[in-house]
Design a protein. Structure first.
Length: 565
């Protein structure tokens, strides 16, 4: 503190960062209480007006954006993109979130929001394709993109070929055949929704009961009083599901089940409550919850953004396939019919995203091709020939991919070092060795590296705290080409959650009280908040607690939700 010198610019920059990070209203700088507080801390600081602050936030965003683009242009790895569309309820405008995912030079998985851009209607494939392409070009990533993860709609299906034509096949992995990565969370959603369609009548009494006891504040209070009477603790509030979102149905059922005794008592206390589920209906609901829990857990796992998910795809998909198959012989006709619907939808979608995910499985040193073979046994049946063919296809795709990474020039150096020339004739033998290396087919040299990796000892699957990026950072140096591929593939997210999560923030920022925000200001707020959070990630308070990024608008939003309940 003795050497402290007040700096007006630094203070103004930190004020803007605070406003963006915690979503404070810009009008806060005009509040008398806030001004008095700041003056007590530092009388020399000139706060300015909300217009001054708005201008400063835009200027700081443009400065940080230039730094981010410059940084992204310098990274050597490819970048995976996720994107999704969102329509503001208050502005009735469509916005596109574009997020970049990559593994940096220190082998740390990173993701940043590149754009949060207004997209004029209609949202056709060429409009979406143009916005994505222009953003990639603007950030100098059009020649570095590995995959683009999108949800499963026909517009996105058409946008991908459009993008391939715009970027050019020669700049893409596998001439563009790997570019489209379908969102696994959306596929799981489609699978479960088809299954739950069969069960809607069987859980209707549970849904009607929840709807009845959450209809008015008076009923909520009465339900809580009955819970105290039967000695049941209210740990979670019951809430009605949204029929188009299966996970909300799962949450509704799993939350209602512990209050079975409360509902039973309520049916005797309130004569108007006539839809209390029977004991058989409760047992059925418990059975459904137990089966849906697997999908919920896997969806949560797939949706992570701070760890690698690509290597999990195949064996978790096999978990789903095995369970669906088991349900087809569980003895309950409804659950058996549900499994038939789920299996039909599963077969329709799972093959669309197995290409690079199969390679990701091989590049996990705990799995390699053995896990892949085991997965194909589950997915295709026990035909050894078919499974071997599928594994060979994936290995061949990996070999082809290795050729694209242009490391042929490194291999002759390795070969030359391993040949010890005879004394007195080193020059002649060295030139001969180089000639042999240059005439050897590149594919054979790459397969040699791949074979070496596959033949080497596998990492124990039960290794505690295993970090796949750390392994490739250190042990992977023995396989230089595979190492580069692993860095790019393990950056690929298998869901669009990273982009979708921005919409919960934008929904608060672009609330009914702030619906006049310009698209430029909204993008500045959204992107700046993400960049600041990335910068501050890992910080701790003086008390040793993780730094909180909690938003003031988040508190307001949750308060309104509690009032609604």
């Amino acid at each position: 503190m003795e050497n402290y010198t007040f700096d007006q610019d630094i203070a103004r920059k930190e004020l803007g960062a605070m406003m963006v990070l915690h979503e404070y209203p810009l009008s806060m700088v005009d509040h008398a209480g806030f001004r008095r507080f700041v003056h007590a801390l530092q009388p020399l600081f000139k706060i300015g007006t909300r217009n001054t602050l708005r201008k400063h936030i835009i200027e700081q965003y443009e400065l940080e954006r230039k730094k981010a683009i410059q940084y992204m242009a310098g990274i050597k790895s490819r970048v995976a993109i996720t994107s999704d569309m969102w329509t503001s309820d208050n502005q009735k405008r469509g916005y596109m979130a574009i997020t970049a995912h990559f593994v940096d030079e220190s082998w740390t998985l990173r993701n940043i929001i590149m754009r949060f851009i207004y997209v004029p209607s209609p949202h056709t494939h060429d409009v979406i394709g143009d916005e994505l392409y222009e953003s990639l070009v603007d950030w100098n990533l059009d020649e570095k993109v590995s995959t683009i993860t999108l949800d499963n709609c026909t517009t996105n299906d058409s946008a991908i070929p459009y993008l391939i034509r715009k970027i050019g096949k020669t700049k893409l992995l596998g001439e563009g055949k790997f570019l489209h990565m379908r969102c696994c969370a959306h596929i799981l959603n489609l699978i479960v929704k088809d299954g739950l369609e069969i069960l809607k009548d069987s859980i209707e009494n549970v849904r009607d009961s929840v709807a009845y006891w959450t209809a008015t504040p008076k009923r909520v209070e009465k339900f809580e009083e009955i819970a105290k009477y039967v000695h049941v603790s209210i740990n979670k509030k019951i809430a009605l599901d949204c029929k188009t979102r299966w996970n909300s149905t799962y949450i509704m059922l799993s939350t209602a089940l512990p209050y079975k005794a409360v509902f039973a008592r309520a049916s005797r206390v309130d004569r108007q409550y006539t839809c209390c589920p029977t004991e058989q209906e409760w047992e059925f609901a418990a059975d459904v919850v137990e089966r849906l829990k697997m999908f919920s857990d896997i969806s949560t796992l797939f949706s992570g953004t701070d760890y690698v998910t690509a290597n999990m795809f195949f064996y978790k998909i096999c978990d789903i396939r095995s369970n669906i198959k088991d349900w087809s012989a569980c003895g309950n006709p409804l659950l058996e019919e549900m499994s038939v619907n789920m299996e039909a939808k599963f077969k329709k979608y799972w093959t669309d995203i197995q290409g690079l995910m199969g390679i990701a499985t091989i590049l996990d040193p705990r799995f390699k091709h053995h896990m892949l073979y085991h997965c194909f046994e589950v997915l295709l049946g026990r035909d050894d020939t078919d499974c071997e063919e599928e594994v060979t296809k994936v290995k061949n795709s990996l070999s082809d991919l290795m050729l694209e990474y242009h490391l042929e020039e490194d291999e002759p150096t390795v070969s030359t070092k391993t040949m010890a020339p005879a004394v007195g004739s080193s020059g002649f033998l060295s030139s001969f060795s180089a000639r042999v290396a240059n005439t050897q087919p590149a594919a054979m040299r790459f397969r040699s590296e791949l074979d070496r990796y596959l033949d080497d000892e596998m990492v124990d699957i039960h290794t505690a705290g295993f970090d796949i990026l750390d392994w490739w950072k250190v042990a992977g140096t023995r396989y230089p080409t595979l190492r580069m591929i692993a860095r790019d593939i393990f950056a690929i997210p298998i869901t669009t959650v990273a982009s979708e999560s921005a919409f919960s923030t934008s929904g608060r920022v672009l609330s009914e009280h702030r619906s006049r925000l310009t698209s430029q200001m909204l993008e500045a707020l959204m992107c700046s908040q993400d960049w600041i959070r990335n910068k501050y990630k890992g910080l701790v308070t003086d008390e040793g607690q993780p730094a909180s990024f909690w938003s003031v608008l988040q508190e307001v939003q949750e308060g309104l939700q509690e009032l609604a309940i």
